[in-house]
Design a protein around this ligand. Sequence first.
Ligand code: FAD
Length: 486
Amino acid sequence: MPLNNQTQPTGPAGAKVVIVVGGGLAGIAAAAALDSCGYRVTLLEARRELGGRASSFDDPESDQLLDNCQHVLLGCCTNLQDLYTRLNVANRIEYHRRVHFLDSHGKQFDLWGVVGLPAPLHLGPAMLAFSALTMPERKEIITAMLAMLRLGKRGREKLEGQAFGQWLAEHRQSDRVIQRFYDPVLISALNEDTRKASSKYAIEVFQDAMLMNQHGYVVGLPACALEELYAHRPCDDTRLGARVSELIFNDGRAAGVVLQTGEKLTADAIILATNYHAVQRWIPENLRATDVRFAHLEKLESVPILGAHLWFDKPVMRLSHAALFEGPLQWLFRKDTEGKILHGVISAARDWVDKPRDLCAKLFEQQIQQLFSHSSARLLRQKIVIEKRATFSPLPGTDAFRPAQESPSGGIANLFLAGDYTKTHWPATMEGAVRSGYLAAEALTRQIPGAENSVSPKSFMVADLPVQWPARWLETRENIDAVVGR
Ligand SMILES: Cc1cc2nc3c(=O)[nH]c(=O)nc-3n(C[C@H](O)[C@H](O)[C@H](O)COP(=O)(O)OP(=O)(O)OC[C@H]3O[C@@H](n4cnc5c(N)ncnc54)[C@H](O)[C@@H]3O)c2cc1C
């Protein structure tokens, strides 16, 4: 395709031109990283706002900016926190050291970490006092947590192909423990049923969030609408409402993009940071045949998430958040100071996609009235958003279908992939998306130095929280055997 009618992004003379397609967290991270080290970056986002799946929309009825769904981060999301620092919004995240759980009648149980105690000892007192479970059930969990510690990071990799249900059965975790402990944590973290998810990803959640470092479990909630987190543009040439309709290839290399308006842009390299459904459409068959990254994308399974905005006539909930032992809503968040506006979430919401919204609202109102029977609050209004393709499912064996950010030899060398679905070793989360953006940017700097005389490659990835000494010590089988008295 001829490259006439093109507009070039501006930037330092002699710098290499990079186009990032997609302004979700992966694209924002890639653009911010490359912009910080001298590339001429253009970020193209089809919508009128940045943030992709982690963003907000205008609700004319309430005159509010509503998030498409509540988004939660944890202390172990080191790269997402790094991006928030780059975007100058790290102070917009409120961290909660107490994680609240409610039974179906609103009885509260908390998990918290003792400040100053290293992991995993920090959660010990709270675990022992977690009266939602009997003492033998708590011991059951502690035994499983020690087994997870013993596996270490390398051990969990080997369990990628195994369903977590099998691991739980092998470690004698009872149904009630699964319902009251594993389900509230994992279904939301993985957007998949606890028993169906890959053991690797389920164990990773516990290792990274609870067992390795005392700060890993802390719950972060944005104190503003998600969209406000992206007010600071990741690069000067950020274009909203710029939908890419086609990629241009020359001699097996990515040469540029065509926008829906017909405008053409050329580039030295392109990062595709859209979801995997969009990626598939753009790569011609002959190039797909030589680049294995595109071979298995259709095997990734999309899973829906339901988010319910609920307005009540009276204050209902004073807690900032709560994980619920019983459904239908799995988590609740307070969205105003009074507690009249709540947001409920159902992950792995396959059964909810076709339910009439009024019926959903009725069920949620009943659940909340049972949870907070003291408040006698009535539901005034609801807005239910179901994202049908919220995330890919981390089923056993899925790693084989996740593409690398960088092309294999013989592939499209200057075309990089970013997005939560790419190979990050994280489930589909904001942290996973940011990691993918940084990894794609790093790969690009390895291949294409930013400007003459610039130092390449660059490193953008932030280290995981350090594994603290008790966790390191317990990682050896002998020490764990000594602790549990075998
Ligand atoms: C309902 C819901 C709840 C979630 N809750 C959580 C949570 O609590 N915690 C958590 O960590 N994660 C959560 N996630 C997951 C998280 O939102 C995603 O993993 C992350 O936002 C994915 O970012 P991304 O950049 O990879 O993809 P996306 O956000 O999908 O970004 C892709 C971007 O590409 C753009 N695009 C597509 N086609 C084109 C085109 N042709 N031209 C230009 N631009 C294009 C899209 O508009 C979009 O902005 C949730 C997701 C959903 C849907």
